[in-house]
Design a protein around this ligand. Structure first.
Ligand code: HGY
Ligand code: MN
Ligand code: MN
Length: 412
């Protein structure tokens, strides 16, 4: 009997709704930011769920959670699957938590059927995937993959000046896993199931996306400096209004980002005005650009253009442009994505090959082991929005393809 037969749509939906209670917002979404008390609630739920079923639970120095189901040969590297529990401030119930819940459902289904796998299987929840509270994104998976050192991320601060190290210490205390440190070992492979966060699968009416790679992305911080002044007395001709200059810069950059084929993704999601008093001319404005494109040459040249355009549009203010992160487009190795394709075919499920517009922890894992992703459709492609939604049926189809893929790889 194939593992997919024991994947329960209702049990998985219940798990998703249980996780959605942590950080639930009145508009039906979640505010479960990394290392917050709301996220700790979801972490503790996941740990309790695992312990009730006698799975091993460990953590590491950055607070990633690993739930382990042993195989017949535990000397072998595990198959790792999962995603993240942290969310955007006005996030949806399924971004990240779908991949964690679907992976947990696989362990439950394996136990229900009494199936043993050769390799151990580990379900992971990564710390700080979103990168909105603590920048950069994917810190937990990045430390695990060796892209960031733990020492370099602990001093990072959130917008309120809280250190990542301090928030992590509170979360570690709350998880009560001090004695359960995961022994350092590379996974055999990593598979992540995630909602598409875009419209393609729903538009094509196809239930499964086989993710072949990622578009590139960069974050650029722009600081505009003018001169604070009295709003009632400072004449226009002597003003150095940082807000007006920032608006000029963003309007000019919007033109630069206006590509004909609507492939470039250009967003200014954070915009801060200082001192923020209605009767003081703004002396400083800081905003962050998130820009993405599947072609590295285009992305690189657009990122370079930001500097030139900002200087040219700053008027009487000065401007400082800092490239905070740059990640070129990448593609997955064939091993895992071939296994996903074969699982979808074996289950008679149509799939669409696609690159991911969003970043995911899989980008980090791809650096250390064969990696792949499975997408499921979400309503109108909406995500990073409280109205984010999926159907129980779509959720189960994704979990069945994930389950078959995980078991096939765990028996290799
Ligand atoms: O920003 C991203 O692409 C991811 O959803 N955190
Ligand atoms: Mn996500
Ligand atoms: Mn996200």
């Amino acid at each position: 009997m194939g593992i997919e037969t024991a994947i329960s749509e209702s049990r998985l939906w219940t798990l998703l709704m249980e996780l959605a209670r942590y950080g639930a917002t009145p508009n039906g979404g979640v505010n479960r930011q990394a290392l917050s008390s709301a996220e700790l609630g979801a972490r503790r739920y996941m740990i309790a769920w695992a312990k009730e079923r006698n799975f091993g639970v460990t953590t590491d120095g950055i607070g990633n959670i690993f739930v382990r189901r042993n195989g017949t040969d535990n000397s072998l590297a595990p198959v790792l699957t999962g995603s993240h529990l942290d969310s955007q401030p006005t996030g949806g119930k399924f971004d990240g938590s779908y991949g964690v819940a679907a992976s947990m459902e696989i362990l439950a289904a394996l136990d229900e059927l009494g199936i043993s796998t050769r390799r151990p299987i580990e379900v992971v929840s990564w710390t700080n995937e979103e990168g909105c509270r603590f920048f950069p994104a994917c810190i937990g998976s990045g430390v695990f993959a060796g892209a960031f050192s733990l020492d370099s991320v602990l001093p990072l601060m959130d917008p309120d000046g809280i250190k990542l190290g301090d928030a992590l210490a509170a979360t570690m205390k709350g998880m009560d896993l001090d004695a359960a440190v995961r022994p350092a070992s590379k996974p055999h492979c990593y598979i992540e199931a995630h909602i598409e966060q875009g419209p393609l699968l729903e538009l094509a009416n196809i239930p499964i996306g086989v993710v072949t790679g990622f578009q590139g992305g960069c974050r650029i911080k722009v600081e505009v400096t003018g001169q604070e002044g009295h709003s009632g007395t400072t004449p226009r001709r002597t003003r150095k209004d940082a807000l007006f200059s920032a608006v000029e810069i963003i309007s000019a950059l919007k033109q630069v980002a206006q590509d004909q084929d609507d492939i470039l993704r250009f967003t200014v999601g954070r915009f801060e005005v200082f001192p923020g008093s209605p009767n003081t001319v703004p002396g400083r404005v800081v905003f962050v650009i998130d820009m993405r494109h599947p072609d590295n040459t285009v992305l690189r040249s657009k990122a370079d253009e930001v500097q030139q355009v900002a200087m040219a549009s700053a008027g009487s203010c000065s401007v400082d442009v800092m490239e905070m992160s740059y990640r070129p487009p990448s593609g997955f190795q064939p091993a895992v994505i071939d296994a996903i394709r074969q699982s979808a075919a074996a289950l008679g499920v149509t799939h669409l090959e696609m690159t991911s517009g969003a970043g995911h922890d899989a980008v980090q894992l791809d650096k250390i082991c064969p990696t792949g992703m499975i997408f499921i459709p979400c309503w109108r492609g909406l995500s990073h929005n409280e109205a984010e939604s999926i159907t129980p049926e779509a959720s189960a189809i994704g979990a069945r393809v994930l389950a078959r893929t995980v078991v096939v790889l765990a028996d290799r």
